[in-house]
Ligand binder design. Structure first.
Ligand SMILES: [Zn+2]
Length: 339
């Protein structure tokens, strides 16, 4: 019996470290969120402070739940990269200068008094979607997150593909354009998916298109002194039927389709899930559905027929809780494997 029949013990603790907030949550054995909260990261400060605060938050969360801290079997931690997952060390994340080369996995395990599973933040979010979100009911899944950059996670049979060097799902950096004048990615290399299909890339492509004085678009009126051009602005204009914005969104779908076609041939996962802030309104909006259909059409044009016929491509379902839920889920998988 559990203290509350609503939840199934044991519980798992999830920690999702971002540049702005640290999200922490307690998740039950079936992936239901028992309680969660967040606190500001203080990126320039030592991670010791954040780790101690995570423990305090967990204690505050467990108190009213009817569970005891001893009901928590294990914890999972997701952080931005670069990282050395196998050594449990966060390396040099750009937006967390105080965290460089910190043995974060061992330190969190010591403070929480629980075994800690360590993952890339995108990998943790992917596992959350795999466990209880858009990828549920599928045995394997690739998640692609479209935001400032393009990230992702590859989950196969309950395992996150981290790779030997912790760069196992760098989906944003697969090459989709081999021409000499290909766009330059944030990583410095040319022709990567991120340089074409991220929100940053959409803004850049839109700026270039607007540089042509003949290109009539409502976007010119939307941009103000305090509101620079954004991917959301392009999506809004496309939603309102602006021809230039619609063209740019459709081109984003084609670029993404090229990336997904490569992943389909390489991995052949049961499902692809699209996450991240740039979702063009998601599954409930006509623009989101149109975007998804255009991505699918491009994938089908490029892959073996059976992969096109059976293609499953959906938007993510969990939102910002995917990271800590997935971190907890990875802890649960590890716990069940080693028990
Ligand atoms: Zn790159």
């Amino acid at each position: 019996m559990t203290p509350d029949d609503q939840f199934t013990a044991p519980l798992f603790a999830g920690v999702d470290v971002g540049g702005t907030n640290v999200k922490v949550g307690l998740v039950d054995d079936r992936g239901k969120i028992v309680a969660d909260t967040k606190f500001p990261t203080s990126p320039g400060e030592s991670p010791d402070i954040a780790i101690l605060q995570a423990l305090e938050e967990f204690k505050a969360l467990i108190e009213p739940s009817g569970f005891q801290w001893s009901d928590v079997a294990a914890a999972g931690l997701g952080t931005p990269g670069p990282m050395d997952i196998h050594r449990g060390v966060i390396l040099t994340p750009t937006n967390l200068p105080g965290w460089h080369n910190f043995p974060v996995q061992g330190k969190l395990a010591e403070v929480l008094g629980k075994p800690v599973t360590y993952a890339n933040d995108a990998g943790a979010a992917a596992f959350g979607e795999f466990w209880v979100g858009g990828g549920q009911q599928h045995s394997s899944m690739v998640m692609i997150t479209l935001g400032t950059g393009v990230g992702g996670g590859i989950i196969i049979d309950d395992l996150s593909v981290d790779g030997a060097n912790s760069h196992g799902a760098e989906i944003g950096h697969i090459v989709i354009d081999t021409r000499d004048d290909a766009r330059i990615c944030g990583c410095g290399q040319a022709g990567h998916l991120e340089a074409y299909a991220s929100a940053t890339a959409l803004v850049e492509r839109t700026r270039e298109a607007m540089g042509n004085p003949d290109a009539g678009t409502v976007l010119r009126n939307l941009i103000g002194e305090t509101s620079p051009l954004s991917a959301l602005m392009v999506a809004t204009a496309a939603d309102e039927g602006d021809a230039l914005a619609m063209k740019l969104v459709s081109e984003t779908a084609v670029y993404l389709g090229r990336g997904i076609a490569q992943l389909a041939h390489l991995i052949d996962p049961a499902a692809f899930i699209l996450g991240g802030a740039m979702n063009f309104g998601g599954a409930d909006s006509p623009l989101g559905v149109k975007f998804l259909n255009e991505v699918k059409a491009e994938v089908r044009r490029l892959v073996f027929p059976v992969l096109g016929e059976r293609l499953v491509l959906n938007f993510a379902k969990l939102g910002s809780e995917a990271g800590f839920v997935g971190a907890a889920g990875l802890a649960r998988s590890q716990y069940n494997r080693t028990r």
